[in-house]
Design a protein around this ligand. Structure first.
Ligand code: MAN
Length: 354
């Protein structure tokens, strides 16, 4: 299927072998889903680094964090009848779910938006406490008034929720624990307050009635969220039939807030689409793309740790006001870049399909 993304010819920009593992005995299995921001005139990625030990033939092994922050390795014989391992990303053992890798977040920067390196003097962000023992993932970065707000997925045996940390200098961080409890992820705070109120998109999941839909919430302080509204649902028999989730913060355009979102179908293929919200009241969805704007087609998107995935949670809007570079995770293993035109995305919005 054709899409409207102009992929960087340098893709993949980053592969697991490009960085050093955090800890002796672990390997980087996946580099994926970077949050994106500008700081000191450079483009920065806060990339998800997913690690595990080198896998032995008959053993499945993965790290988890203890509540005090040390790493513990769990090893399970592959032929154990109590092991259910059908998804590369998550397993169930003796009735308990685990992730097959442990993720932390690492800072990279670049002068040209293509070649990234790890600058000296900046530390990784790692899981802290009992709600992040399976790691932290997929960070969105929102910049409001000299402060960066980091919303990320916090995973533990207690469930998957949204954590918040803030920083001004990327060296010291303030942690606010879990701001949206399980099951919730894909949280992106708007880069402007509307009438003095913070807004965020997020993705609670309902196991029985309901589904995996995008919701909007309001907050007086970015920590306490309320007035939740469900604004974007999955569509039957479509590329976005199983799960939908927000990408990065919405982009202000003359037509409204433009959000690029990801969605999976029943076969776990992840594509990108877009929708438009009213500029003064983002709970009003004005329009939505019918077809995806990006579909996994390149080799590095089709095959990898978890193939057929393009997933974005970070972008840069260029000074021309029309070009955006999205950075994205390809097949849950590589970090890639692609350019879009905001006008072209807007031309594909269907005003009667919201
Ligand atoms: C899903 C996938 C994984 C992720 C977990 C926890 O299984 O998105 O990549 O690690 O959720 O967030």
């Amino acid at each position: 299927m054709k899409d409207i993304a102009t992929r960087f010819k340098e893709n993949p920009l980053l592969s697991p072998a490009d960085l050093e593992p955090s800890t002796p005995g672990l390997e980087i299995t996946c580099l994926l889903n970077p949050g994106v921001f500008t700081f000191e005139d450079k483009t920065w990625l806060i990339v998800r680094v997913a690690e595990r030990p080198a896998q032995k033939k008959n053993l499945l092994s993965f790290p988890i964090l203890t509540e005090t922050g040390s790493i513990q390795i769990i090893e399970i014989p592959k032929n154990d009848p109590e092991l259910k391992a059908t998804d590369a990303r998550v397993i169930n053992y003796k009735g308990v779910d685990y992730l097959t890798t442990l993720s932390h977040l690492r800072l990279l920067c670049s002068d040209d938006g293509i070649n990234f390196h790890e600058p000296e003097g900046y530390q990784s962000l790692v899981g802290q406490g009992m709600l992040q023992t399976f790691g932290i993932e997929d960070c969105r970065v929102t910049f409001i008034r000299n402060k960066y707000y980091l919303t990320f997925t916090a995973v533990s045996g207690n469930g998957v929720g949204v954590g918040l940390r803030t920083t001004r200098d990327w060296k010291s961080f303030q942690s606010y624990g879990m701001i949206l409890p399980p099951h919730n992820k894909d949280c992106a705070i708007f880069e402007e307050k509307i009438n003095g109120t913070f807004y965020a998109l997020h993705r609670p999941s309902s196991v029985d009635i309901g589904g995996n839909y995008i919701w909007l919430a309001e907050s007086p302080d970015s920590i306490h969220w309320g007035n939740h509204k469900c604004i974007i649902k999955t569509r039957e028999n479509s590329w976005d039939s199983a799960r939908v989730g927000a990408g990065a913060s919405p982009i202000r355009t003359s037509k409204g807030w433009l959000e690029i979102y990801h969605a999976a179908n029943q076969q776990h293929q992840y594509c990108l689409g877009a929708f438009l919200m009213d500029i003064n009241d983002p709970s009003i969805v004005i329009a939505r793309t019918e077809a995806p704007i990006m579909v996994p087609t390149a080799d590095y998107e089709v095959s990898g740790f978890f193939g057929n995935v393009v997933f974005t949670n970070g972008h840069i809007v260029h000074p021309d006001g029309d070009t955006i570079t999205i950075y994205y995770g390809a097949s849950d293993e590589f970090v890639c870049g692609a350019k879009f035109s905001i006008q072209e995305i807007c031309s594909l919005l269907k005003y009667d399909h919201a």
